[in-house]
Design a binder for this molecule. Structure first.
Ligand code: HSE
Length: 296
């Protein structure tokens, strides 16, 4: 029964909506084998809440791989042990999908290559920015063109540490996308295009200071502020405590502060700012993860 370990991911990195994502050193583990009927066990994060029938997204992902090679009607036994908090903006659904895909692909002797895995995972998730780094590790830039996903993997800058403030409440991506406008202004679009371009150039040149300055966003975060109580205050607190940049992690509600090396005061002040707004949160310091989903 192959065991697959899949990293958490933080999507968007501020301005790179549906485009940028980075893997983090926090993992879910999935074991998978063929079975006579669907059997799913879930322990850890999401235990008791994650569906344990064939509607489970890891299960559906495994089926999708089998169907891709013409094997229909196969059932699976899945054992999921999760460390990634669910519906918090740290890529829990991407990890489940990628775990199911990679596990099923292993059972079949790896008929799907990496490109097919990224495209299939994107089809199941709806956007590529979490699934691509969950598969490849590192920092991944991706673009979805009618179902075909183009991507490039970059090494995250050295010395970068992500401090995440994970609120106790959940926020579904669907809800967090429902508040986004259908149209944005030309100047807001230019604002984001220039930030993403310079963000990538600064990563390439390992210029952490510039990277920090290029993480502001006008396309999604301003619209999501009402969904995350205390968000603006937490952003200010992290910056004042010395973070290089602060962003909503994926569609939230987790707030992610990027720091040069470890900075314990950043997490502390973020937790205090959330608490002032009546929100309890867990603080974790996570390093970028260089490896994507892997059989262990
Ligand atoms: N790019 C997606 C969003 C990420 O912000 O809605 C969801 O994790």
């Amino acid at each position: 029964m192959p065991l697959v370990r899949v990293p958490a991911t933080t999507a968007n990195l501020g301005p790179g909506f549906d485009t940028l994502g980075m893997a983090l050193e926090l993992y879910d583990e999935i074991r998978i084998e063929e079975a006579d009927f669907p059997q799913i066990e879930v322990t850890g994060e999401g235990e008791g809440a994650i569906p344990r029938g064939p509607e489970n997204i890891a299960y559906k992902a495994a089926q999708a791989v089998y169907e891709r090679v013409g094997k229909t009607g196969v059932a699976f036994r899945l054992k999921m042990h999760n460390n990634i908090p669910v519906a918090r903006g740290l890529g829990s659904s991407a990890a489940a999908i990628v775990g199911g895909l990679v596990g099923a692909n292993l059972l079949l002797g790896n008929p799907l290559d990496q490109e097919e895995m990224v495209s299939l995972a994107t089809k199941l998730e709806g956007h590529p920015d979490n699934v691509a780094p969950a598969i490849l590790g590192g920092l991944v830039v991706s673009a979805n063109e009618g179902g075909r996903v183009y991507y490039e993997r970059l090494n995250p800058p050295e010395g970068l540490v992500a401090v995440v403030a994970i609120p106790k409440f959940t926020l579904s991506t669907r809800m967090s996308r429902s508040v986004l406008p259908e149209k944005v202004s030309f100047s807001d679009a230019v604002f984001n295009v220039s930030r993403v371009a310079l963000l990538l150039a600064s990563i390439e040149n390992n210029n952490l200071e510039l990277m920090g300055k290029m993480m502001d966003d006008k396309l999604h975060q301003p619209y999501r502020i009402p969904l995350v109580k205390g968000m603006a205050e937490v952003f200010d607190a992290a910056r004042e405590a010395g973070a290089l940049a602060v962003a909503l992690s994926g569609s939230g509600p987790t707030v992610i502060a990027f720091c040069k090396d470890k900075q314990p005061q950043v997490g502390k002040t973020m937790a205090q700012a959330f608490a002032r707004n009546g929100v309890n949160c867990v603080i974790r310091e996570l390093s970028p993860c260089h490896r994507g989903a892997v059989k262990i």
